[in-house]
Design a binder for this molecule. Structure first.
Ligand code: FMN
Length: 181
């Protein structure tokens, strides 16, 4: 798929085809592109946890305030910021960097999946402690996002976005809207 087609093809998918597994080659490809994502100092201050077990998916859904649709995804990819890895070099900025590293990798997973015709949904609403427990995340690391991954069972239309003139400003935060000058 051409790059801009991939960008257009990605939408949040909240229903997955039951019994349609994610092919092992496709999953490896997605994970390889996550691994190629940029990270602060190339330290890759995050870890990816692959969740396939039905009981564990149910625990993740529970931690995500009952978002049970995630259990219909054959695979969940949990992106966990690993503060210790970033702290070795970045001190006070380590948490920020590790969260950015994990977020970029998770975003990459969403677009790589879209390029392969797979659907994803970013899950960011969850109880931190409950999610850490469901994923076996130790103190000093923090779950950032869970990406549900599977064959889409619906084709959502694009969600509307803010106009660029509001989102993008010239020069300063409150500067004139993009296109106004
Ligand atoms: C930080 C973040 C947290 C999100 N958390 C959730 C979530 O917990 N549950 C959910 O269904 N979607 C979640 N989403 C998906 C957004 O709702 C979705 O991206 C947005 O509505 C735009 O729709 P689109 O992805 O189809 O373009 C999250 C997205 C981001 C980036």
């Amino acid at each position: 798929m051409e790059f801009f087609e991939t960008l257009d093809a990605r939408h949040s998918i909240r229903k997955y085809v039951e019994g349609a597994p994610v092919d092992a080659d496709a999953l490896s490809k997605i994970l390889e592109y996550c691994n190629a994502a940029p990270s602060a100092g190339n330290l890759q201050g995050y870890r990816v946890v692959v969740v396939r077990d039905a009981e564990q998916k149910a625990a993740v859904a529970e931690a995500a305030f009952g978002q049970t649709f995630v259990t219909s995804a054959p695979v969940l990819l949990a992106f966990v910021a690993d503060f210790a890895t970033s702290a070795a070099r970045y001190g006070d900025r380590a948490q920020l960097y590790a969260i950015q590293d994990a977020s970029i990798a998770a975003t990459t997973a969403c677009y790589a999946a879209a390029a392969l015709g797979l659907g994803t949904c970013w899950i960011g609403a969850f109880d931190d402690g409950q999610m850490a427990k469901a994923l076996g995340v130790p103190d000093g690391s923090r779950p950032v996002a869970v990406i549900a991954l599977g064959k889409p069972a619906h084709t959502p239309s694009s969600r509307s976005r803010r106009p660029l003139a509001d989102l993008v400003r010239e020069g300063t935060y409150d500067g004139p809207g993009y296109g106004a000058v």
